[in-house]
Design a protein around this ligand. Structure first.
Ligand SMILES: Cc1cc2nc3c(=O)[nH]c(=O)nc-3n(C[C@H](O)[C@H](O)[C@H](O)COP(=O)(O)OP(=O)(O)OC[C@H]3O[C@@H](n4cnc5c(N)ncnc54)[C@H](O)[C@@H]3O)c2cc1C
Length: 293
């Protein structure tokens, strides 16, 4: 089925107006941002909203601002704007790594960070990025504003803490000194969804040991972070053996399923190999060299 079922359409003029429209038109009204996830779902009749509430005019949701130790990114910020932002690349190179391999320029010119998180597709790249950077999601609704850790925001595939009558307005990334991050994805062809991907962030202490680490996996059946894998890194000096052990634990924590993108053993191998690569790259970026043991 390539044509959506009939729907009504309203264009919000402000955040408040969007909330009122969602309230007025009830449970079968849905926000539309870039439309690059929702419209394909509607064409396949996997989603049948009666009302689309278009938020594309809300310029107040389209910002990238460094502010008191936090990078604030408006929910309507497009993939292309994230990729084009110097401040994003400097503070969080993992975002640029991921954005370079999200779909193609047509999708990146329309798709938004709020829509990516709102969709909560298990193969979606920015979810892992936000997990690894321990981002927070700002949600507004009839009861006011709340700030939710991204770990709490995601409730499972296609399910989030954002209710139907609420709006994601901002994603906040804490800026940590002495830290760096990286993301790598294997795809069947350029622009495709991940067969598998991994992201990592590391923070180095003054003594050269790893003060903090986070590892996430995409399309590999891991909910949230690979905490055991990250824990073996903390307090240690970077070394190839340490990276190999963390990667082994990340692969062990993964739970991939066989599909048209590959069998389980191949995907688990990718979990291990991609975790090694992103840890090495994040450590290089923060100025640490992993020595052979
Ligand atoms: C051909 C193709 C290839 C793609 N490849 C990739 C890929 O490799 N990696 C990847 O990560 N993504 C990929 N995508 C998805 C793309 O990144 C989408 O842009 C993104 O998933 C959704 O963003 P959007 O703004 O288009 O959201 P929409 O489609 O507008 O919305 C998606 C969902 O989020 C909700 N929503 C949107 N904005 C808000 C908000 N502010 N508050 C509350 N709810 C909101 C909507 O109601 C809807 O449920 C691909 C898409 C296409 C079409």
């Amino acid at each position: 089925m390539q044509v959506p079922a009939p729907f009504e359409y309203a264009r919000a003029t402000s955040v408040q107006d969007a909330l009122e429209l969602l309230e007025r038109h009830g449970p079968e009204s849905h926000v539309i941002a870039g439309g690059h996830s929702l419209l394909p779902m509607m064409k396949l009749r996997l989603a049948r909203p009666e009302w689309l509430i278009d938020i594309n005019d809300l310029a107040e949701l389209r910002h990238i601002t460094e502010d008191a130790g936090v990078l604030r990114v408006g929910a309507l910020t497009r993939h292309a704007a994230l990729l084009g932002s110097d401040v994003v690349g400097r503070l969080f190179p993992i975002v640029h790594d991921a954005e370079k391999v999200i779909a193609d320029p047509v999708v990146r010119n329309r798709g938004t960070i709020g829509g990516s998180l709102g969709q909560a597709d298990p193969a979606e790249d920015l979810t892992t990025v936000c997990d690894v950077l321990r981002a927070q999601v700002v949600i507004v609704g009839p009861a006011g504003e709340r700030v939710v850790d991204v770990a709490e925001f995601h409730r499972g595939p296609y399910e989030t803490a954002c209710e139907q009558n609420e709006l994601i307005t901002e994603v906040r990334f804490p800026i940590r000194t002495g830290s760096a991050s990286a993301y790598e994805k294997v795809e069947r062809r350029v622009g495709d969804w991940a067969v598998a991907a991994a992201g990592a962030a590391v923070q180095l202490g003054d003594d050269g040991t790893i003060a903090d680490a986070a590892i996430g996996l995409t399309a590999l059946g891991l909910e949230g972070l690979a905490t055991d894998a990250a824990a073996v890194l903390v307090g240690q000096r970077p070394s190839e053996d340490l990276i190999a052990e963390a990667a082994r634990l990340a692969a062990e924590a993964s739970s991939p399923v066989e599909d048209q993108r590959g069998p389980v053993d191949y995907k688990r191998h990718l979990a291990d190999e991609l975790t090694r690569r992103v840890l090495r790259r994040a450590l290089e970026r923060v100025g640490a060299t992993a020595t052979a043991a």
